[in-house]
Design a protein around this ligand. Structure first.
Ligand code: MN
Length: 338
């Protein structure tokens, strides 16, 4: 494997933490990229990795098209993640938590050797080296393993970032991706300096008024279908203006729709500026939300997936997706649509 070698789909390889470490040790300039509208896993992973790379003397910066939302700025080293690309060319670009190159931005042109670190089953394996571990509860778990292979010191800041990553993607240790290993890792990170209560307060109990307003709108518009097995709602573009902007989009709202008794699949639709649609799917295991999102053109996990397309008519696309979902529920759970 040579750094800087062109990426060809046919030569993409499945790698391990050791393979990733080997490439890192031969790199001098590394760009760490993450997905649009970054979440706690995405930013916790990126900041932990960036801090460790810089401690090793590697020139490393992060890039995120959306930038770090105000409410996630509590994550240590989030100032290392910029909305601008560096003025140098990276030897290596590391993608974290990205199922495809397009998750970085629709126009992102990656440079250098491409390392793809992810835990989504629908990952497109676009890297020169792909380390996909669907058993990892968060990419933060993979970064922790990688830092172990690199012999990197887990400073209190890095421990904090990794804890954010795991806490965010497990919904604070509630989702089925939570297992004994998750708690062992959480305990280790706590010993190393992460503060669990503070992380949870920052992630889940620092909501803006705009966020609550938008939650109210969405909850008031819930619709049920398929004998109550499907719950869906929507946030329309003017709602965001009223709430003070897209930064106030509520976290975990689609998960809240899923929490309703009897609901097997929940979908939250968002109307995008200028038309277009974004959808978040949440399941309880009986229906494959990754397959559902993939049928639309998106991707994700079995119980949490998403889809975005700014080139469609919002209402027509919403109806199409609801149709696909009814079909999936009928096929997988044997329930007919209302
Ligand atoms: Mn993730």
């Amino acid at each position: 494997m040579t750094i800087g070698q062109a990426n060809t789909d046919t030569e993409a390889t499945m790698g391990s933490a050791q393979d990733v470490a080997d490439v890192i040790l031969r790199s001098r300039r590394i760009l760490v990229v993450s997905h649009l509208r970054p979440d706690g896993d995405c930013l916790g992973s990126a900041t932990a990795l960036l801090a460790a790379l810089r401690a090793r003397g590697i020139e490393a910066v992060g890039y995120n098209e959306t930038g770090v939302l105000e409410k996630l700025r509590f994550i240590p080293n989030s100032d290392l993640v910029s909305t601008n690309l560096p003025d140098w060319t990276p030897d290596t670009t590391i993608f974290v938590d990205c199922g495809g190159v397009g998750r970085v931005s629709p126009t992102f042109q990656p440079q250098g050797f491409l390392i793809n670190i992810d835990h989504h089953a629908t990952n497109e394996q676009f890297g020169d080296l792909n380390w996909i571990d669907v058993s990892a509860c968060a990419v933060g778990e993979q970064i922790h393993e990688l830092l172990g292979v690199l012999g990197a010191e887990i400073t209190p800041e890095i421990a904090y970032s990794l804890y954010v990553s795991i806490c965010a993607d497990t919904g604070s240790f509630r989702f089925p991706n939570t297992n004994a290993r998750t708690f062992e890792l959480a305990a280790e990170l706590t010993k190393l300096g992460a503060d669990p209560a503070e992380v949870c307060r920052n992630l889940f109990e620092s909501r803006s008024r705009g966020e609550i307003l938008l939650s109210g709108r969405a909850l008031a518009r819930i619709r049920f279908d398929c004998d109550g097995k499907l719950a869906w709602s929507e946030l329309l573009w003017p709602d965001y203006a009223e709430a003070g902007g897209v930064d106030h989009e509520p976290d975990g709202l689609s998960t809240e729709l899923r929490s309703i008794e009897g609901v097997e699949v929940a979908i939250l639709f968002h109307e995008v500026e200028g038309g277009g649609l974004r959808a978040g799917f949440r399941g309880k295991g009986g229906v494959d939300c990754a397959a559902l999102a993939q049928r639309c053109g998106g991707g994700g996990h079995r119980n949490a997936s998403g889809y975005f397309n700014d080139q469609v008519d919002y209402e027509a696309e919403r109806e199409k997706i609801l149709g696909y979902t009814q079909e999936a529920i009928k096929k997988e759970l044997g329930v007919s649509a209302d």
